[in-house]
Design a protein around this ligand. Structure first.
Ligand code: TIU
Length: 221
């Protein structure tokens, strides 16, 4: 099925068969109180507002049989995949790997590292574990997309200017057509949300397109 979304800077056209919904890092550590995001000094309420529209988009994607891919940022229990530069940056109250209220912070297998219940992956949906901000760095994402014939990505998740931006930039350089759903991505900072969104579609779509969830849902009807 071919569809067209009213978007910035112009219509985003895609084929459902070659498009994946990418949900970035909707993990308890980022969006629930007591996790990594809060230990960095952030207000998680800023991110929780994306949950309802994202849930609607996920339901629609599942109904239409779209490929759905979730990512999680995190590290091995021995931290061998976490560079000291990341571990020590910012002198946080709790470091990656420290025991926190949701288990060891940002460690694979811990409760806080997993995806929130509202967006829990189904058994047939891929979950990509990534050590960095980008979803392509040190993961099997590109091989997976190639194997599935995916050329377009509808991108959602957190945070807009960090993992979402890094991923879209990586994807853009690899030739993927990215649509970022503006109310399904969130930042701890209102000004970064606005600027981050504007950056995607500026200059004729330098990194891709943006549109609110309702325009994407409309296109699927
Ligand atoms: N701190 C922040 O804004 N983000 C991250 O650390 N990771 C993601 O964006 N997933």
């Amino acid at each position: 099925m071919n569809a067209s979304v009213e978007a910035e800077p112009y219509a985003y056209r895609f084929d459902l068969a070659t498009t994946a919904l990418l949900i970035i890092d909707m993990q308890r550590d980022f969006v629930e109180p007591g996790g990594f995001g809060e230990t960095l000094g952030n207000d998680v309420a800023m991110l929780r507002r994306v949950i309802p529209p994202l849930r609607e988009v996920l339901d629609a994607a599942r109904t239409h049989g779209m490929t759905v891919i979730h990512t999680r940022e995190g590290h091995l229990p021995d931290l061998s995949d976490c560079p000291p530069a990341k571990l020590n940056r910012g002198e946080p109250s709790l470091r990656i790997g420290d025991p926190g209220p949701k288990g060891r912070i940002l460690i694979r297998g811990e409760y806080g590292h997993d995806i929130i219940d509202e967006l829990k992956p189904l058994p047939d949906e891929t979950v990509i574990d990534k050590p960095g901000k980008g979803s392509f760095y040190a993961t099997g994402l590109q091989d997976l997309l190639t194997a599935k014939g995916i050329t377009s990505l509808v991108v959602t998740g957190v945070t807009t200017e960090v993992c979402v931006h890094t991923t879209v930039r990586e994807a853009n350089d690899r030739g993927y057509e990215c649509l970022v759903l503006s109310d399904c991505v969130g930042s701890y900072f209102a000004e970064f949300q606005d600027a981050g969104l504007a950056m995607f579609s500026a200059q004729g779509g330098i990194f891709g397109w943006t549109a609110p969830a309702k325009q994407f849902l409309e296109a699927l009807r």
